[in-house]
Design a protein around this ligand. Structure first.
Ligand SMILES: Nc1ncnc2c1ncn2[C@@H]1O[C@H](COP(=O)(O)OP(=O)(O)O)[C@@H](O)[C@H]1O
Ligand SMILES: O=P(O)(O)OC[C@H]1O[C@](O)(COP(=O)(O)O)[C@@H](O)[C@@H]1O
Ligand SMILES: [Mg+2]
Length: 530
């Protein structure tokens, strides 16, 4: 019998390697500009890894005391709050951590863990000392206003903080606009509206100017709500704050309608988007069903990741074909999309196609001789795959006079993004905001907050910005889509084998070197759960 609590030798060696691997996850603003890093800045480059028994690794987040060791602490005011006094064990045990890997074997190493989110017994800010700022960046997403509301109300109600301001219009607002005072009264019903009351923008991230603003205004807690680009920006802000030795917690709240942020279970607004997409798919179905050889084409968001399209397809059951960026497809010839459309129309008389906006971009670019362009944040601007696909289908059937079709193209993308968040996203946003402010009050900084396997955790910035969350088309979830639509997979046997090999290779790398491998999409935890 194997000894309990002892990691197998290769696993133990990998843990040791990981703990020794204290390389800079991202350069500081100063280092990037060739400046000499201060001792604090130099130390800031290190990952905070803590080893434990049986291959346990805590990927910890920074704390203000890492570079300001003399900070005083205070009792958490929540201990006198009548609403929370009845909770049996309200404060989180400082040793609580959340595992990244939920499916294990009896010989598995315990693997990567993150610090559990929640209120701590001692806090590093007195209520009247806090000057908090909130900013929303990047594209819109249902739930932004809810997070803003709950940050403001949580700071007021739980910690007695009365100085909270909003930064207008994203990162550039730090140095180009006045701040907006936020009170529980002013944010009372904003969760019932889509968009963000603070405004948002792409581009305009100027680290030095942003940190100057924090310093000049005496902001000591900054809550940065945004997607992968925003979290990269938050990470360099944290580095600069630390280099300057400021007592300021930098907290990221992940936002992306595309659900493309790695490690976390899912992002807020995603559920709402999938739900709202049903209305467009239903409309496409009704139109298609009512015409002779009716085809409904619906374009959904998903720049690099097709989660909305995949989940909307699975939820609807009216979709005949789902096209996502992760799964290449082709139009002409045997096994191609046009052949499939023809067959489905002959069999059923109508069909619905859902296409994620990032799908087929290489095909369109080829057919149009297109040169890459970018938005202000450096994101690649996409060509309209919905229009292109609709035209290609029409052109194909024009050549077949005995096969008349009626095609309706629906692009609901901005209508979906602009709605208010649904009930479950509202609850989720509330918990996110609370976890974020508990972390800041407890002195943590340089982290993103999100659920990992259902429990809220503090995750170092580099872990969620190093890789995008994508649909893994060799996982069971995508197979479910193919099975429900009966669409072609557009891949040869050889392609499938190569992909499986690549995924196995990555899985192996992660398991042996990083001790974290789980290539399944973590959307909703559903894929991993069943
Ligand atoms: N690598 C980066 N470093 C610093 N700031 C960044 C980086 N990438 C994006 N940003 C900033 O983050 C903000 C939002 O980024 P964007 O990609 O538009 O949206 P999202 O955060 O939703 O992915 C922009 O203001 C942009 O300038
Ligand atoms: O037209 P905009 O405002 O740039 O937004 C479009 C993009 O926003 C997205 O929703 C993603 O935005 P974020 O990265 O900001 O979350 C994409 O799916 C879409 O391509
Ligand atoms: Mg993004």
């Amino acid at each position: 019998m194997e000894a309990v609590g002892v990691a197998p030798a290769p696993v133990a060696a990998a843990v040791k390697k990981k703990l020794l691997d204290l390389k800079d996850p991202f350069p500081t603003a100063a280092a990037e500009n060739g400046a000499k890093a201060s001792p604090a800045g130099k130390w800031a480059m290190k990952k905070k890894l803590v080893g434990g028994d049986a291959g346990y690794v805590l990927e910890d987040v920074p704390h203000l005391t890492d570079y300001l060791p003399e900070l005083p602490t205070f009792p958490n005011p929540l201990q006198d709050n009548p609403a929370y006094s009845v909770v049996k064990q309200y404060f989180v045990n400082p040793d609580d951590t959340v595992t990244q890997k939920i499916v294990v074997h009896k010989t598995s190493a315990r693997g990567t863990h993150f610090r559990r989110a929640g209120p701590r017994q001692r806090v590093y800010f007195q209520s009247d000392e806090v000057n908090a700022a909130i900013v929303t960046c990047g594209g819109l997403c249902p739930g932004l206003n809810t997070v803003v509301r709950e940050l403001v109300c949580g700071l007021y109600d739980m910690y007695g903080v009365t100085s909270v301001v909003g930064i207008e219009g994203g990162y550039k607002g730090f140095y180009s606009k006045n701040t907006i005072p936020l009170t529980p009264k002013s944010v009372n019903d904003i969760h019932k509206r889509g968009g963000t009351i603070l405004g948002t923008s792409r581009g305009g991230h100027d680290t030095a100017k942003i940190v100057d603003c924090l310093q000049d205004r005496g902001i000591n807690q900054v809550y940065i709500i945004g997607g992968d680009g925003t979290q990269k920006g938050a990470s360099v802000i944290y580095e600069e704050v630390r280099r300057r030795g400021l007592k300021c917690s930098v907290v990221g709240v992940p936002k992306t309608i595309d659900n493309d942020i790695a490690v976390i279970d899912k992002s807020f607004g995603f559920d709402t988007a999938v739900e709202e997409a049903q209305r467009a798919i239903n409309a496409a179905h009704v139109e298609a069903e009512s015409a002779e050889n009716g085809i409904g084409v619906v374009k959904l968001m998903g720049r690099n990741s097709g989660f909305i399209a995949m989940y909307a397809t699975l939820a609807s059951r009216d979709v005949d074909c789902c096209l996502i960026p992760e799964s290449p497809f082709y139009l002409e010839g045997k096994g191609g999309l046009l052949e499939f459309i023809e067959r489905r129309l002959k069999d059923n008389g109508h069909m619905v196609i859902v296409v994620a906006e990032g799908a087929g971009q290489d095909l369109i670019a080829k057919s149009m001789n297109f040169v890459d362009t970018q938005d202000a944040s450096g994101n690649k601007l996409l060509l309209d795959v919905g229009l292109w696909l609709s035209q290609k289908i029409k052109d194909h059937f024009k050549k077949k006079p005995n096969f008349p079709i009626t095609l309706k193209y629906i692009d609901p993308t901005y209508m979906i993004r602009a709605v208010k968040s649904n009930a479950s996203d509202n609850v989720y946003c509330t918990l996110l905001a609370h976890s974020a402010l508990h972390g800041a009050m407890a002195g943590y900084t340089g982290f993103t907050v999100a659920p990992v396997n259902g429990r809220h955790a503090y995750i170092p910035f580099y872990r969620i910005t190093e890789k995008q969350n994508k649909v893994v088309i060799t996982d069971r979830m995508w197979a479910r889509v193919l099975c429900s639509t009966n669409q072609p997979c557009f891949l040869s046997h050889e392609d499938v084998e190569n992909m499986k090999h690549d995924d196995d290779h990555e899985h192996h790398l992660h398991n042996t070197q990083l001790l974290e491998g789980d290539s399944s999409p973590k959307c909703n935890g559903l894929a991993a759960a069943v």
